[in-house]
Write a protein that binds this ligand. Structure first.
Ligand code: SAM
Length: 237
């Protein structure tokens, strides 16, 4: 089963972009996942294939039209495998993207990803086509494309066989609920700085314990909200 990504965008030329190189690019070339872009402009109306219009009620900027977006989404078809793929809208108002959600998506058949532009998209298409809004962070990008690339990069590296060493994902930040421990490599001494002795001791048990302690220490220092019983903005965890 290949993970299938369909990206609806005004700028198909932004894809695969960074997803075409390194790990994700090799996986794409090897068929571990597939990527199609749906060019929103082709569904625009009138001579100029207009995709946006002024906001109802007035105000600055433009809004992507519901009818244009719906036509693009519907062009993907309703076959069983498409119906089972979640429809996501990249949006700063969305569900914050985290590793658990990335993993959930990576275990599925794929995703249809809508990239917003301008002030955003007509609310009615979000409801009518069942779009789940997903945010990559509390900041505003100029378009959903970089957010879709971030989302797909995070998903693709978790697909079966994509990471060389299948163990390499399991210790990473967020996979254990903690941030990852520090890494070191050769040379043993660099600019007067040495590698912690335990890492060269050859005692795997000690190394594991040290890594767990470091992960806890870093998480407590940098992201206390991730610690058991940690506080998150707006209340108790
Ligand atoms: N007016 C919108 C608001 O205040 O929520 C921002 C629109 S933004 C300029 C244009 C598009 O970029 C959005 O429709 C969305 O697709 C994308 N975008 C911007 N920030 C994002 C984020 N943090 N996560 C995911 N997508 C984002």
């Amino acid at each position: 089963m290949t993970f299938r990504a369909s990206v609806i965008t005004l700028y198909p030329e932004m894809f695969p972009g960074p997803l075409g190189i390194s790990l994700a690019g090799k996986a794409l070339a090897d068929g571990a996942w597939s990527l199609e872009t749906v060019a929103l402009r082709e569904f625009g109306t009138g001579k100029h294939r207009q995709v946006d219009d002024t906001p109802a009620g007035g105000g600055a900027g433009m809004v992507l039209r519901a009818d244009v977006l719906a036509a693009a989404i519907d062009s993907i078809g309703e076959e069983a495998e498409n119906a089972e793929r979640p429809r996501l809208l990249m949006s700063p108002r969305g569900r914050p993207l985290d590793q658990a959600f990335v993993r959930e998506l990576a275990e599925g058949l794929g995703a249809v990803i809508v990239c917003g532009r301008f002030e955003g998209i007509d609310e009615r298409v979000i409801e009518a086509r069942g779009l789940t809004e997903v945010s990559i962070g509390d900041y505003v990008l100029s378009g959903g494309e970089p957010a879709a690339i971030v989302l797909l990069d995070a998903i693709v590296r978790l697909l079966p066989g994509v990471m060389g060493n299948d163990q390499s994902g399991t210790h990473e930040s967020f996979e254990t609920g903690l941030l990852e421990h520090p890494h070191y490599t050769r040379p043993a001494e660099w600019e007067g700085r040495t590698i912690p002795e335990v890492l060269t001791s050859g005692d795997h048990g000690k190394v594991e314990r040290w890594r767990r302690e470091q992960a806890k220490r870093l998480t407590a220092e940098r992201r206390p909200d991730l610690m058991p019983g940690g506080q998150v903005r707006g209340g108790e965890k």
